[in-house]
Write a protein that binds this ligand. Structure first.
Ligand code: FES
Length: 88
């Protein structure tokens, strides 16, 4: 999974979000820093692969929920997804 670390997302707190994901130490998941995802202003942006699920405006306090529900148990959180990229 990727956490955008480009300028705009960083201004919105993306580094703290990255560290919050790292701190979860989720087995089987690589937490990676990405360049701009082309969605500046809607961040911090988080993109989860496989599945290509995008979360927006992610705050550090929300990271535990994404980790627990989506990354560990495979249930993406619809309410936190980035609306333009929600499919189905
Ligand atoms: S800076 Fe994160 S999407 Fe552009």
């Amino acid at each position: 999974m990727w956490v955008c670390q480009n300028r705009t997302c960083k201004k919105q707190g993306a580094l703290a979000v990255f560290h919050a994901f790292e701190a979860l130490q989720l087995p089987g998941w690589a937490i990676l820093k990405s360049q701009c995802m082309g969605q500046c202003g809607n961040g911090p942006m988080v993109r989860v692969l496989p599945g290509d699920i995008w979360y927006w405006r992610v705050q550090p306090k929300e990271v535990a929920a994404i980790g627990e529900r989506h990354l560990l148990h495979g249930n993406p959180i619809q309410a936190m997804m980035y609306p333009p990229f929600v499919r189905g």
